[in-house]
Design a binder for this molecule. Sequence first.
Ligand SMILES: Cc1cc2nc3c(=O)[nH]c(=O)nc-3n(C[C@H](O)[C@H](O)[C@H](O)COP(=O)(O)OP(=O)(O)OC[C@H]3O[C@@H](n4cnc5c(N)ncnc54)[C@H](O)[C@@H]3O)c2cc1C
Length: 437
Amino acid sequence: MSSACLNDRHATGLDETGGLAHIGRMTTTLETGPETEVLISGGGFAGLALAIALGRAGLAVAVVEPARATGTESAFDGRVSSIAPDVRRMLTGLGVWARIPESQSVSDIVVSGGTVGGAASPFFLHFEREDGGAPPFDMVENRFLQAALRATALDVPGLRLIDGARITEVATIPGRIAATLSTGETIAAPLLVAAEGRDSPLRDRFGIKTAGWSYGQWGIVCTVAHERPHEGVAQEYFLPSGSFAILPMTGNRASLVWTEREDLAKAVMALDAADFAAEVARRFTDYLGAVTPLAAPSAWPLALQLARDYIAPRFALIGDAAHVVHPLAGQGLNLGLRDAAALAEAVVDAGRLGLDIGGMAPLEAYQRRRRIDATLMAGMTEGLNRLFSNDAAPLRAVREAGLGLVNAVTPLRRFLARAAGGTELGEAPRLLKGEAL
Ligand SMILES: Cc1cc2nc3c(=O)[nH]c(=O)nc-3n(C[C@H](O)[C@H](O)[C@H](O)COP(=O)(O)OP(=O)(O)OC[C@H]3O[C@@H](n4cnc5c(N)ncnc54)[C@H](O)[C@@H]3O)c2cc1C
């Protein structure tokens, strides 16, 4: 899971002239099976969103996903995600949002510094909704979003979901990539997309290197019930060993994303239920009254990881396969869905012009559009994490003054809020503006 193991490369590259090229353990003779226009490896958030967008635009798409649909996906695993307004517009346009049974609008985000059990710093940053406009974001349980994407995908003609399989071999054949699945089936397509998450094997297979490092922190996630209503306000406390975000959910519930140094996180995860509840209460302060964890916490190791390229001949990376950022700004999933919007637009536009949908022109257009956004977000979250995950007194003074300053400088505050909403960083893809592809 660490970025170290992600630099293990064994691919030799692709032969764009159409000859048969060797990639990893590729076979030299190949019987191609069915054809599709876009083959997607990974049926998570980014992969399914891309598949739906392309399928609804009339392209034939296949999605290969190792997990098997069991029919029990509705169990809550404690994970909740913030959905930015532009991504919500895309999900609405694709018919996904209407299938999400419940979500919580966030009316304000209050960011403050502090110490465990101490009072919040008097310096804080507000990202309230502006001029009665859209709220900064919505909170959605991951299981609801995943189920809504899957149910929508099942209804799209020309979209094939292949569960319980993965791609084991790839080869180029004239104008296409042929992928052999673990089931033995071979599927050929002009474009192959990896949406396999942070440990993407295809990214390695295509020789795309990554840059990054482990944060030495874990994100501990837990849902709690609290006494008083949250009024839709999200709180983010910057404590010395990391951020402690309280994200409102429906009812008197909140999702905690508690970033902690790895050694301390291991100790926290080893606590029994009563001691864990006491540690949560100490960090929560009293503003929502008594808090009760609703389930055992889960934890994820945190890393920064950026792919050096998002594309190779007839191949593209989207989502966490392309970039992993610190969760303190709740932007990883949003970045991945923006990738899906941009790649879908590049592919569909190329197809309409009669161009090769897997050719370098649409792929380069996609990469130009998306790499800068993910890199800026990685830099912003990296800087905030460095500034705040530190208890040195001079840094504490600087960061507290810094938060007050940012709040006072309205245009900067607006820029940061809009950047988080995806509306400030260049011309947005049509799907993110709520338009049809
Ligand atoms: C603690 C924490 C809190 C977070 N909170 C937020 C938030 O509030 N908002 C936000 O925007 N983001 C948040 N994120 C980030 C977000 O969860 C990720 O960015 C997002 O899940 C990435 O989506 P994805 O589809 O790219 O990858 P994934 O969700 O990792 O999906 C990858 C898919 O590929 C499949 N797969 C795996 N291996 C293979 C293979 N070999 N072949 C084919 N398929 C494969 C997997 O089964 C899975 O279905 C958070 C992250 C953490 C750790």
